[in-house]
Design a protein around this ligand. Sequence first.
Ligand code: F6P
Length: 322
Amino acid sequence: MKKIAVLTSGGDAPGMNAAVRAVVRGALSHGWQVFGVRNGYAGLLGGDLQALAARDVGGIIQSGGTVLGSARCPEFAEPAGRAKALSNLAKKQIDALVVIGGNGSQSGSASLAREGFAVVGVPSTIDNDLYGNDVSIGCDTAINITLEAIDRLRTTASSHHRAFAVETMGRNCGYIALMAGIAGGAEVIALPEHELSPAEVAERLLAARQRGKTHALAVIAEGAKCGVHEIMEYYGAHRKSIGFDLRVTRLGHVVRGGTPSAADRVLATRLGAAAVETLAKTQGVLVGMVKGEIVTTPLAEVAGRMRPADAQLLELARVLAM
Ligand code: F6P
């Protein structure tokens, strides 16, 4: 019989619970024993593991966040930290680990794999920046929360003939901003993958006004160099060049909270279950979904790499904002 452990790590993402549920119940259906690790890699360091039964993961598929808790754990990046974690896993006689998390978390799992421990990664981050996977768990919900904010801001933008700059999360990846910007019909989208200067943002907002628009929306990715702060500063010095009154909204952690979308729950369920099936055969890989198919990519190839947003879609957004 196999004994496996599962943890959620890094920034929480809507759908993590559905993934935990799928891993636990998938493993139980193989006759394996499953342990939940509290608070990500920090729980591995502290030996904070608890056996999980099918009922322990009941009623969580619809909850945001993670019932296991999560943390950022710089200690785990050090060999001494990992040695402590490996010794705690050995004490509990755990054969393998499933790591549900984003880029930093999968770099951690790649290190464990390199050191000989059986580990499988499940891509879960609102940022959607993981190599070896098309869309990560949590990203769809984050896009929809951003989109809802954009739609709401459009109401006031339109009533008051204003422009709004909305900043959404995503760290160094512009995927959330790009998708929410396209779906929200934004006039301007600024991404780390395609930088715009504050003057260019102003120029596009002014051009929208000159085309007869009564309001305008700029969606700004958190990682863009021209952030909402820079845009507001520019506005302070060049009010006329924007053509509209301008207000700014930073969504921050709001986009990480709340109920996971159906798409995130289904994706998390499929990837969580696939992680268990993968562990039955192999290890040291990220289980992802590429073009609708489950695929595995060696964690050594995933670590340290980033999947950028497809900036070509920006041109489509620009043309259709005419
Ligand atoms: O990686 C997810 C994310 O929400 C990023 O979009 C953001 O840059 C970062 O985490 C914020 O980190 P923290 O929650 O630790 O402040």
